[in-house]
Design a protein. Structure first.
Length: 287
């Protein structure tokens, strides 16, 4: 069994998923860049970009604006910086471990699918509740899906609520989902949180964990033939590669550490070991 056969590291592009070019890093950068555009270029008329790219509850009557199901997930409230900070913090601290499990491409498909399906769930809920003028922005639906997948893989992982209250991640996820469910049914005065989007994102996160299904599965397979193939081949060691035993043992130890303590617990030396092993297996796969 080589590096890419392991559940902890299955990167479709053959690079260590927790490195500086991880998909999570790119998503955070894109979200921050869009937020800067919002506050720098639309500060005098913030509703202009939100009306264009935010998700309108009236979407069923304006189906040509279907793109809003995706674009709303990259906008945030320009008047509340904690909106984007909270979403990006959860995506950064939990998303990297999830990406390590599934790889860059699958993680991106999962994240974007969750945003779209969370948006659909929110629109349907607003239609039922009779709020056709509502508008939703934010990555919360996708981030909630990431939270659920992380909690299902690492239920006993301890996180620190508000940076100092230790709590198992399964408890935190359960509390958040229960709060969203209660708040969606009985919203408080001035509550402008899209609880139904969170619940839809959580539901899809559970579905993805159980089946790995995402919206890309609806795309005709013949259209994708020959596209996006991995840049490596699965490598099966033979008798001439016994010298790699030490490296494999070290990789196993590091991956077990990721499983128990998270990607952030790795030292710089351990990261380099994984990256070196990744490159070595790639080279052998191309022979």
């Amino acid at each position: 069994m080589n590096l890419y056969d392991r559940d902890y590291v299955r990167d479709d592009e053959g690079a260590f998923a927790g490195g500086p070019t991880s998909m999570v890093t790119k998503l955070v950068v894109v979200n921050v860049a869009v937020y800067l555009v919002q506050i720098l270029f639309f500060q005098h008329n913030p509703d202009q970009i939100i009306d264009l790219l935010g998700l309108q509850a009236s979407l069923p009557r304006q189906p040509w604006k279907f793109y809003q199901l995706l674009t709303h997930g990259f906008l945030h409230d320009p008047n509340n910086i904690w909106h984007i900070i909270g979403n990006m913090a959860v995506l950064w601290f939990l998303g990297r471990d999830v990406e390590i499990i599934y790889g860059k491409r699958t993680f991106l498909q999962f994240y974007l699918s969750t945003i779209v399906l969370a948006g659909i769930g929110w629109v349907l809920f607003e239609q039922v509740m009779g709020s056709p003028q509502a508008v939703a922005v934010g990555a919360s639906g996708g981030v909630t899906g990431v939270l659920v997948v992380f909690a299902l893989h690492y239920p006993r992982r301890i996180v620190h609520l508000y940076f100092f209250i230790p709590i198992p991640i399964w408890v935190l996820a359960t509390v958040f989902i229960a709060w969203d469910a209660l708040s969606a049914l009985q919203p408080g005065p001035g509550d402008n949180v899209a609880h139904s989007a969170h619940l839809a994102g959580a539901a899809f996160g559970f579905l993805f964990y159980r089946t790995r299904w995402q919206l890309g599965a609806l795309w005709p397979s013949q259209w994708l033939k020959g596209l996006g193939r991995p840049k490596f081949k699965v490598h099966h060691p033979d008798d001439s590669e016994q010298d790699d035993d030490a490296l494999k043992a070290e990789v196993d130890r590091i991956l077990e550490k990721i499983s128990n303590q998270g990607e952030s617990s790795l030292s710089s030396r351990e990261r380099r070991t994984l990256e070196d092993a990744s490159r070595r297996y790639q080279k052998k796969g191309r022979r």
